[in-house]
Design a protein around this ligand. Structure first.
Ligand code: GZL
Length: 312
């Protein structure tokens, strides 16, 4: 007991002195806001000093923030990379400064030795789960789908598109007739869906709306209602994140399915970092979080309540 208590004291004492820089994308969605608040809670729990930088969804602001963390000599850097490319130079600078970098919730196209680990969901799987739900829901009936894509060039947008297309491949009755980015925001999702409805004869031939996140889906739901149609009935609604507002939409019969994305990427990230700094233990390069499908049959009220207080 003595030994384990010492180890525990040591790791928490060591964690107590840790300073970690966090370059966050912004607050474009409810899920992103929850990830920020959960990351702050997880740091607090471990007595880690977290230096937080909000990039307002601009990569140049993230690069600036990371350079600032390097100059301050932080012990580690967390980054949620807004897009997949353009990170090699700044992450090479972090590597040369011997500051470990951990990626949260999105991946990058860069040599894997530039980051200690990446904590994210399997986003191709998320798209596949969403598509499989639609395939099951429509059977062999014809179904014209409109797609609200996430941020252009981000791994979730690229991967969720791929996964959904994999699911509907071989089902010739289902086709994506329009696809455009809503940049993961509610406002843009509403605007793009308004455009789709106008372009598609008021939307009466649209069978389903697939949104890469719930916030765009909620915006799209409003556009469908403004067009005099019933979301969840006239147009099926399937999306990803599992935020409280999508469970509220399910309770109102306006959303049919959402694939949950946990906002707690920081817990596994901080645990991997502590083991690495204490014992040099290298974590898995990719730590994959769970993706679970929810429909109105899965106690949406309870799921809504369970997410209270997480900062969505
Ligand atoms: C996915 C994450 C996405 C969320 C959106 O891992 O990067 O970014 O699905 C958020 O809500 O904008």
């Amino acid at each position: 007991l003595g030994v384990s208590m010492t180890a525990l004291a040591c790791s928490s004492a060591m964690a107590a002195n840790l300073t970690v820089g966090f370059s966050q994308i912004g607050s474009e969605s409810g899920w992103r806001a929850a990830e920020t608040s959960v990351t702050k809670m997880e740091a607090e729990k471990r007595k880690i000093t977290l230096k937080f930088a909000d990039a307002q969804q601009k990569q140049e602001n993230q690069i600036k923030a990371i350079r600032g963390f390097i100059a301050q000599g932080v012990d580690a850097i967390l980054v949620a990379p807004v897009v997949a490319t353009g990170w090699e130079d700044v992450l090479t600078e972090a590597k040369e400064a011997k500051i470990p970098v951990i990626l949260l919730d999105r991946g990058i196209d860069a040599p894997q030795d530039l980051y200690l680990t990446s904590v994210a969901s399997d986003q191709v799987k998320e798209g596949k789960v969403a598509g499989d739900w639609l395939v099951k829901s429509v059977g062999d009936k014809p179904c014209k789908v409109v797609e609200l894509q996430g941020t252009v060039g981000s791994t979730p947008a690229i991967n969720r598109k791929k996964g959904f297309e994999d699911a509907i491949k071989g089902h010739s009755n289902i086709s994506i007739i329009r696809s455009q980015t809503g940049d993961f925001t509610r406002a843009k999702g509403k605007e793009v869906m308004e455009g789709f409805l106008k372009a598609e004869n008021g939307g009466k031939d649209i069978c389903a709306m697939y949104a890469h996140n719930d916030d765009m889906a909620v915006g799209g739901i409003q556009a469908i209602k403004d067009a005099g149609l019933k979301p969840g009935k006239d147009i099926k609604v399937v999306s990803i994140d599992g935020v409280p507002d999508i469970f509220q939409a399910m309770m109102a019969g306006e959303s049919n399915a959402s694939v949950e994305l946990t906002p707690n990427m920081a817990g596994p990230a901080f645990d991997a970092l502590a083991a690495y700094l204490k014992d040099g233990k290298k974590p898995e390069k990719f730590i994959i979080t769970e993706s679970k499908l929810y429909t109105p049959a899965d106690d949406p009220k309870g799921e809504y309540e369970r997410r209270k207080g997480l900062g969505y």
